[in-house]
Design a protein around this ligand. Structure first.
Ligand code: FAD
Length: 413
């Protein structure tokens, strides 16, 4: 397949593949089994210049594109989904929001953390606000030149290992008027009131913690507010725009996991013999392999196209529709392709001594986290029909209105 890569991109891809096979792959099974965050892999990524490669050079990064980052992330995910996810969050998501919307001071702070090996945490989801993310009840009350945050998030990737946090909260002025949703930067172990709660026992991607995060009178100075260009009122939309990069990154990890499983499956077909000949000679398996490869290539082209769509319509982030379609397709493809690869291995695929069962568990996440497959279809349909359909029963989509009933329960400080 022709991907139109420059020589520099081919070199980057080769360098990432070499690091992945020599250093990351040998750790992958242990990372899963021990459920420990792979700090050694983070060091390897940092030393290779892969942490913060999308950070502009004036802040110490490599100033590379989201597309360049996807080439690297795919190679990591081929051998280790956890390391792929770390590579995503060190180049997209919270850090790209800060790099685009942040003040000089905030950008340098974010860059210093990421380039030093920190994978930022992005805190949006709450127990009662999952797909309906804008119904969050974590609140930030303005008091003089600071904000006081109270609330609870859950399923936060990197809880307890990340230090740099971008927290989404509903903002209130000193008179208690709601202003919209804003982003707040907090540093774990520096800012009192940011507490790590229970860790989820997850199906896959076990080397990266998913935890609750609680805010108990967390004080955030005004200069740590990540102010979206259109202010708090439309802040959620702006901040979620930055999330389009993260969506492409998540799709890339799904792609990499599927590509890694496919390659293993292909090799096994040539190696395993039954009925006195390599199982690759059975047409039923050949067609499975052909379908797997075709779906992989389709997903790869969509991911590459979405990553390259930055700049279209003057957007600093990938196009929302392209990102949603690419993540949707890649995540569903990864479930199918990894499952088919496991099938090619027969009983061996079902054993925990082989990597296939881990890869299947790891791939399962991507139709859920970062916007479920159902919500992405809703996003895509809205673009196709040029109209957003309200999801709440009362039809309100305007910020704040749909949570009117919950307001009474919001904890005021
Ligand atoms: P719900 O919203 O309760 O949905 C339940 C089901 O209903 C789903 O199938 C959903 O698709 C469907 N559904 C809901 N509404 C609609 C609708 N209008 N139309 C059709 N179907 C609908 N969040 C963060 O903030 N930061 C993180 O770092 C983070 N990391 C995560 C890592 C992992 C491994 C996982 C699994 C999740 C993570 N999340 C994170 C949370 C994730 O974004 C949410 O799980 C996701 O948005 C869905 O919310 P929910 O789980 O509450 O599901």
């Amino acid at each position: 397949m022709y991907y139109g890569l420059s020589q520099a991109q081919l070199d980057l891809q080769a360098r990432a593949a070499e690091l992945a096979t020599s250093t990351i792959a040998p750790q992958a099974a242990d990372v899963d089994r021990n459920e420990q965050y792979p700090w050694d892999n983070v060091t390897a990524l940092r030393e290779a210049g892969f942490m913060g490669m999308t950070i502009p050079t004036q802040y110490g990064g490599a100033g590379l594109s989201f597309f360049d980052a996807t080439l690297m992330i795919e190679e990591m995910a081929k051998v280790c989904g956890v390391t792929g996810r770390i590579a995503v969050e060190a180049n997209m998501g919270a850090i790209s929001a800060v790099m685009h919307y942040g003040s000089e001071e905030q950008r340098q702070l974010g860059a210093d953390f990421v380039l030093g090996g920190d994978k930022p945490a992005i805190c949006i989801t709450e127990p009662e606000a999952g797909s309906a993310a804008s119904e969050m009840t974590t609140r930030a009350d303005k008091r003089g030149n600071q904000y006081i945050l109270n609330g609870k998030k859950h399923w936060i990737t990197g809880g307890g290992v990340s230090r740099f946090h971008l927290i989404f909260a509903r903002v209130f002025d000193e008179s208690g008027n709601e202003l919209g949703i804003g982003g707040f930067i907090a540093i774990r172990d520096e800012d009192a009131g940011l507490e790590i709660g229970a860790r989820e026992p997850t199906m896959g991607l076990r080397g990266i913690p998913e935890t609750e995060i609680l805010f108990n009178d967390l004080v955030i100075a005004e200069n740590r507010v990540l102010m979206p260009p259109s202010g708090f009122r439309r802040g959620f939309g702006d901040l979620m725009n930055a999330y389009n990069a993260q969506r492409v990154g998540a799709g890339t990890v799904a792609l990499g996991l599927a590509a890694g499983a496919y390659e293993r499956g292909r090799n096994y077909l040539l190696e395993r013999e039954q009925f006195g000949r390599p199982i690759a000679e059975f047409q039923g398996l050949q067609w499975m392999l052909a379908d797997m490869s075709t779906q992989l290539e389709a997903a790869r082209l969509m991911i590459y196209s979405a990553a390259r769509s930055r700049g279209a319509n003057d957007s600093p982030f990938p196009d929302a529709n392209a990102a949603a379609q690419a993540k949707l397709f890649a995540s569903e493809m990864a479930i199918k392709v990894t499952n088919d690869a496991l099938q090619l291995f027969g009983a061996k695929g079902y054993s925990r001594n082989a990597p296939l069962e881990r890869i299947v568990r790891d791939a399962r996440m991507f139709t859920i986290g970062g916007g479920t497959a159902q919500i992405l279809r809703t996003v895509i349909a809205a673009r196709l029909l040029d109209r957003k359909f309200p999801q709440t029963r009362d039809g309100y989509t305007k910020l704040g209105k749909s949570v009117e009933a919950k307001k009474a329960n919001l904890k005021a400080v």
